[in-house]
Design a protein around this ligand. Structure first.
Ligand code: ADP
Ligand code: ASP
Ligand code: MG
Length: 451
């Protein structure tokens, strides 16, 4: 059994979905489970629609809704033509958007959004795309069965970033998916979407379809988890920033997890953990070039000082200065409890005897965090920070990689530097607007000069 996950661009329209069908059919002997994202861009539009409705711009929200409805109907029609199944699906799509219109009206009346309502709206993208893809398989004569992700992906009720209930997922996935696979069927489900107790719709957070795929893979003990996307695999940097980035043929789980956490959007940061636990290799392939070699992510890979670089813009740097830190046991624990209380994870940390600096990816709860931190000492915030990271199992083998990284940045000011305890991630905190030039300089140093 394998899991094949297709991202938004890989299911953006009828033509792309037809390629998905070809890829999956070529793998039928491996018993694939198919996980799909929403049609490319649909999640952003659904969320924008919800925001407009809650802001009182109902007309604009409904215009967006009609565009989305038309798009889904158009692609479904292009794939299925005038078949009876096409009509059934069109009715289903229509009913879903009618319901969404009612929800938009309710949001307008309410005047605000809750994480729970956001999830209900956002989930529609995957719930519909997966039904369209399942129907496309059947249209081509392949026995696909739509599986409602809410029946498999059991989560808690932390709406917009729900955490999976691994035991419940394992049970549900075996119950729902294995019988279908045994009967020679192709299960097709939406990624990203889950349900909390009471079957209330949740989502795993933006980009979460990769995570869905690895959770399903771990649950059914798949032999491979394949992430099909719009680039050739994991590359030495984001090709949108570094057009000359090179394909990585093999990378370790640890390195891939670090890259994902530090900005390599090609994988959702949580994707690796379920795969590691079961020792299932993860592959990244290009759905436009299915014959490509792609990237294999597994326990071991040839040891290199620097495998790839990543960067993240828009991080927040928080600096806490406190004379009380001096010789105070438990001080750091209490400081970190503040972040835990406000459910905000910390990316990079440095400490000295009288200060702690951390970077945050998610500044949603920043005001409350700052208020609590003020009890410990003086707090300063820099909102326009960025991070660049070099990742490689051999970074710490000699001091050269780290020294080369700092030298490569030249005149770009560095505010924090941190080598992970595992020695595979060397992170530098810089100004937000320096992230792109810093990545260019680092890539040139490590991948374009043969060093
Ligand atoms: P999908 O919709 O298939 O999930 P995403 O947009 O989430 O696709 O992820 C793919 C994108 O990730 C690529 O288009 C690329 O710009 C970006 N990316 C960032 N870092 C890397 C990297 N190191 N290697 C490959 N792609 C990367
Ligand atoms: N459609 C969701 C998003 O855009 C999940 C995903 O594509 O992975 O965030
Ligand atoms: Mg993605």
């Amino acid at each position: 059994m394998i899991v094949c996950k297709f991202g938004g661009t890989s299911v953006a329209d009828a033509e792309a979905i037809a390629r998905v069908v070809d890829v999956v059919v070529s793998k039928r002997v491996s018993l694939p489970v198919v996980v799909v994202s929403a049609l490319g861009g649909a999640t952003n539009q659904l969320l924008a629609l919800a925001r407009k409705a809650a802001d009182g711009e109902l007309l604009a929200a409904l215009q967006l809704l009609e565009l989305l409805r038309d798009r889904h109907l158009r692609e479904a029609h292009a794939l299925l033509g005038g078949t009876a199944e096409a009509e059934e699906l069109a009715t289903e799509i229509g009913a879903s958007f009618d319901e969404l219109a009612h929800l938009a009206e309710a949001l307008r009346t309410l005047g605000y959004l809750t994480p729970r309502s956001l999830d209900t709206v956002a989930a529609l993208g995957e719930l519909l795309s997966s039904q369209i893809v399942a129907a496309a398989f059947r249209r081509h004569g392949h026995p696909a069965v739509w599986v409602d992700a809410r029946d498999v992906m059991k989560t808690n009720d932390a709406f917009t970033r729900a955490e999976p209930d691994l035991e419940a997922i394992a049970l549900a996935a075996r119950e729902q998916l294995l019988p279908l696979l045994q009967q020679g069927m192709i299960p097709v489900m939406g990624g990203f979407v889950g349900s909390a107790p009471g079957r209330i719709t949740t989502t795993l957070g933006r980009g979460g379809s990769d995570y869905s795929a690895s959770l399903v893979g771990a649950a059914i003990d798949a032999t491979a988890i394949e992430i099909w996307t719009d680039v050739d695999g994991m590359l030495t940097a984001d090709p949108r920033v570094i057009p000359g980035a090179r394909l990585i043929e093999r990378i370790s789980f640890d390195e891939a997890a670090e890259l994902a956490a530090f900005g390599a959007k090609v994988l959702h940061p949580a994707t690796i953990a379920p795969a590691v636990q079961r020792g299932i290799p993860v592959y990244v392939f290009n759905s436009r070039k299915p014959e490509g070699r792609g990237t294999m992510i597994a326990f071991d890979a040839p040891r290199l000082p620097v495998r790839a670089i990543a960067g993240k813009r828009g991080t927040t740097l928080v600096k806490l200065r406190s004379s009380r830190m001096l010789l105070a046991p438990g001080f750091l624990r209490r400081v970190f409890e503040v972040f835990e209380t406000h459910r905000t994870s910390v990316d990079v940390v440095t400490t000295s005897e009288v200060s702690v600096s951390v970077t945050l990816d998610d500044a949603t709860n920043l005001a409350a965090i700052l208020q609590d931190l003020a009890a410990f000492g003086d707090v300063a915030v820099e909102r326009r920070s960025g991070i660049v990271a070099i990742v490689g199992a051999g970074i710490a083998d000699g001091s050269r990689a780290m020294a080369d990284a700092i030298a490569a940045l030249g005149p770009i000011p560095v505010y924090m530097a941190s080598l992970s305890a595992t020695g595979i991630n060397f992170t530098l905190v810089i100004d937000d607007d320096q992230v792109v030039p810093a990545m260019q300089r680092l890539h040139a140093t490590f991948f374009e000069r043969g060093s």
